[in-house]
Design a binder for this molecule. Structure first.
Ligand code: BGC
Length: 369
């Protein structure tokens, strides 16, 4: 798999005005006929060079920092006036940043919510002002004010995280049963429960048949979630799990929702004198790619930002020109409406496939030394 080649294909799709879903190898459930045919109508378009607002939740993980700079570049290169802001994980801050984008005359808002359910009022206000709204990387919940969401399949992301954990256990820890613990992401982020659901589709049967033993017994999302995706919170939970349950046991693996939390868990295990457990992750952050290459973190899941931005740009360009949006890859009910989803496919990276996966990404290849 060549990550950046795909980005090139998508960029070509943008310049040709082609439907991304038709040419980029996107996946997802086949949308119901109605969803694929009744693509969101872009009523009349808007002036080229208009203001586009991008509202990000925080800059606490590498993907959001990349999104901040790459959205500014992509929008500027396409002739728009970008306003790109991140909200430090504080919902009122994100609400007021979006208010200001509305005041600035933005024609499209690209929004990655801190809390999927807390932006309904401000987004309805934007919709009433004729602004188009695209959810980015995360679903916008409980609102009618969303035209589309671009993301990597969130259930699929969890599934491949679960599969990576199982593969790593077989590869590094011999025959089972295996002692494991489960971690989830920030509960306000609509991705986090979906990642966990996808992972448990893979892991639950192995818990049921005794291959996996969750020694703490903590298997509900509410028990394993990590408030605000905070690495230090995850590290503390891991430390207390080890102190309370693993004084006389080895921990073999940990289901891990992203790379920052993966590294925090590895630190806690090292500090407790445990052998390195099999840990997966998400985002292919540079530090984790290095860790994988050194044989510590077992896997990560890549969801490259350039491709997701390219996908979002396809939608913005369609809205600007007044064309219909391309058919979505699937839909998700957000509590109020069925939202058209434009999903890309996440890819597991281990030491075994890293060179091949990053073959067209010189910056990442540089880390594999
Ligand atoms: C994103 C991940 C990110 C996490 C924490 C999730 O919604 O999909 O890429 O690691 O938020 O920032």
């Amino acid at each position: 798999m060549k990550l950046t080649k795909k980005a090139v294909v998508i960029a070509a799709a943008i310049s040709l005005g082609l439907s991304l879903a038709a040419c980029s190898g996107t996946r997802g459930e086949t949308p119901p006929q109605s969803a694929s045919n009744e693509a969101t109508a872009a009523t009349g378009g808007f002036e080229a060079g208009s203001t586009i607002g991008v509202s990000l939740p925080w800059l606490g993980t590498q993907n959001w920092k990349e999104a901040e700079t790459q959205f500014a570049t992509a929008l500027t290169e396409a002739g728009y006036k970008p306003i790109v802001q991140a909200a430090d994980n504080k919902v009122p801050q994100q609400q007021s940043q979006i208010e200001a984008m509305i005041e600035s005359g933005a024609k499209v808002l690209v929004v990655a919510p801190i809390d999927g359910k807390q932006l309904g009022t401000v987004l309805e206000k934007a919709k009433d002002a004729g602004i188009k709204i695209i959810g980015y990387d995360r679903l916008l919940e409980n609102t009618t004010a969303v035209d589309a969401v671009t993301q990597y399949g969130s259930i699929e992301t969890g599934r491949v995280q679960g599969e990576a954990l199982l593969a790593g256990l077989a590869e590094r820890k011999g025959a089972g049963p295996y002692n494991i613990e489960l971690f989830g992401g920030g509960p306000a982020d609509p991705n986090a429960p979906n990642f966990f659901t996808g992972a448990m589709e893979v892991l639950q049967p192995k818990i049921d048949d005794g291959t996996l033993v969750v020694v703490s017994g903590q298997v509900e999302f509410t028990q394993v979630a990590t408030a605000e995706w905070d690495n230090a919170t995850a590290q503390k939970r891991m430390e207390s799990l080890l102190a309370g349950n693993y004084q006389d046991k080895k921990i073999d693996g940990v289901l891990t929702p992203n790379d920052g939390i993966a590294r925090a868990i590895l630190t806690a295990c090292e500090d407790a004198g445990q052998d390195i457990p099999v840990v997966d992750g998400l985002d292919a952050e540079d530090e984790s790619v290095v860790s994988i290459w050194e044989g510590k973190q077992y896997a990560t899941v890549a969801k490259p930002t350039p491709e997701l931005i390219a996908q979002t740009m396809v939608l913005i360009q369609a809205l600007q020109s007044g064309a219909e949006l391309p058919p979505p890859t699937s839909t998700a009910n957000n509590g109020k409406i069925d939202v058209p989803l434009y999903e890309l496919t996440p890819v597991v990276i281990t030491k075994a496939n890293a060179k091949q996966a990053f073959a067209d990404d010189p910056a990442k290849l540089e880390l594999l030394k």
